[in-house]
Design a protein around this ligand. Structure first.
Ligand code: P6P
Length: 297
C-alpha cells in the first residue's frame, strides 16, 4: 500500500493528502543539496546555532513549496524567527517544520531528519493539543517516514520509484524497551537527572545517543525505551523546541501508546508562548516516562 492510498483509507481529505505530498516532493531536492551542503553558511539561527548551507536550503525549499501550494495559511520553521503567514486558497493548514534536524551530523554522514506537524485549525501557536497529525522523514540508509494521525502510527519506506510504501502499521511503543538517550552534557545535568540516568544504568538499560533527535527517537519507537533532553543547570528550559521538535514527536509518541512529558506534565498540554519556546522532554515508553516523572519530583 502506498502512502497516499493509506491516507485515503484514513479518510484524510484531498487537501490534506496534497499537503503531505508537497512535503514528500521536497525530499529529493533537499537530498541533492547534501553534497557540499555541509559547508558553514557563516550565519547563526535564532538559537545561536551555527547554520550550514543545508539548513538554509532545506528551509527555503520547503517554505517555497508551501507558498506555491496555496495549502498553507501559517508556517513555522526552526530556521525562522517568526510565524510566516501565507495566502492559502484551500486546506488553510498550519505547518511546522524542522527542515533538517540534526544537521550538525551531516559532515559525519550520520542519519538526520525532517520533522513536521500539521494544525488543521491553521494556527500553529494555538497549542500542541491542536496538532492533528505529525510525521518525520528519517534520512538514513533508507529514506523512511513515520506518520501519525488519529488512526495511529505507521511507517513507510521510499521505494526505487520514489513512492513511500507502507511497511509497518499501528506501531506501538513497547514497555519492555531497554534503550535510553540522556541528552545534554553530564556536567550540566541537575542532580535529579543524574540520579535518573544512574538508575537506568543500574537497571541495565543501554545508552543510545547520536545527537540527532529523529534517528534517536526512531530507535526508541522501534525497540522501546526513553529519550530525554533534560532541564540543565543554567538552562531550565532545556534545548529542544516545543513547536518544531517536541510537539510533533510527542504527538507521534502518544499515538503509539507511549508518553511525552516535560518532567511534570504532558508536553502536548503546552501552549507555546513564543516561536522559540523550548522545553525539557522525556519521551517514549509510557512506563519509563511515568517512572521518570516520579523520580524527578
Ligand atoms: P546536543 C539537534 O541540534 C537537536 O536539536 C536534536 O536533533 C538533538 O536531539 C539535540 O539537538 C542534540 O543536542 O546538545 O546533544 O548536541
Amino acid at each position: 500500500m502506498t502512502l497516499s492510498s493509506y491516507l485515503q483509507g484514513n479518510n484524510q481529505s484531498k487537501d490534506f493528502i496534497d499537503m503531505i505530498q508537497v512535503i514528500v516532493d521536497q525530499i529529493k531536492p533537499i537530498k541533492t543539496e547534501f553534497l557540499g551542503g555541509d559547508k558553514k553558511a557563516g550565519t547563526y539561527n535564532l538559537y545561536g546555532e551555527e547554520q550550514i548551507k543545508l539548513d538554509k536550503r532545506a528551509n527555503e525549499i520547503l517554505l517555497t513549496a508551501f507558498k506555491s501550494s496555496g495549502l498553507v495559511k501559517q508556517a513555522g520553521s526552526e530556521e525562522e524567527a517568526d510565524v510566516i503567514h501565507m495566502e492559502s486558497t484551500r486546506g488553510h493548514f498550519g505547518v511546522t517544520i524542522d527542515p533538517l534536524d540534526g544537521s550538525s551530523l551531516i559532515p559525519t554522514n550520520l542519519a538526520v531528519g525532517i520533522i513536521v506537524s500539521i494544525y488543521e485549525n491553521g494556527e500553529i501557536m494555538s497549542g500542541l493539543s491542536n496538532i492533528k497529525s505529525a510525521f518525520y522523514i528519517l534520512l538514513g540508509p533508507l529514506t523512511l517516514m513515520v506518520f501519525a494521525d488519529q488512526s495511529g502510527v505507521s511507517q513507510f519506506v521510499l521505494n526505487d520509484e520514489g513512492v513511500f510504501d507502507l511497511v509497518k502499521e499501528d506501531m506501538k511503543l513497547s514497555e519492555d524497551g531497554k534503550l535510553y538517550s540522556p541528552g545534554g552534557l553530564y556536567t550540566k545535568w541537575t542532580e535529579k537527572h543524574k540520579q535518573l540516568i544512574k538508575s537506568y544504568e543500574e537497571a541495565g538499560l543501554k545508552l543510545r545517543y547520536s545527537g540527532s533527535f529523529v534517528p534517536d527517537f526512531h530507535q526508541i519507537l522501534t525497540y522501546g525505551g526513553i529519550f530525554s533532553y533534560p532541564a540543565l543547570i543554567e538552562k531550565p528550559e532545556g534545548k529542544l523546541r516545543v513547536l518544531f521538535e517536541v510537539g510533533p514527536m510527542s504527538f507521534i509518541a502518544e499515538a503509539a501508546g507511549g508518553a511525552a512529558s516535560d518532567g511534570v506534565k504532558r508536553t502536548l498540554e503546552i501552549v507555546p508562548n513564543k516561536v522559540d519556546h523550548r522545553t525539557p522532554v522525556y519521551i517514549g515508553s509510557k512506563n519509563l516516562v511515568s517512572e521518570a516523572i516520579e523520580k524527578l519530583k
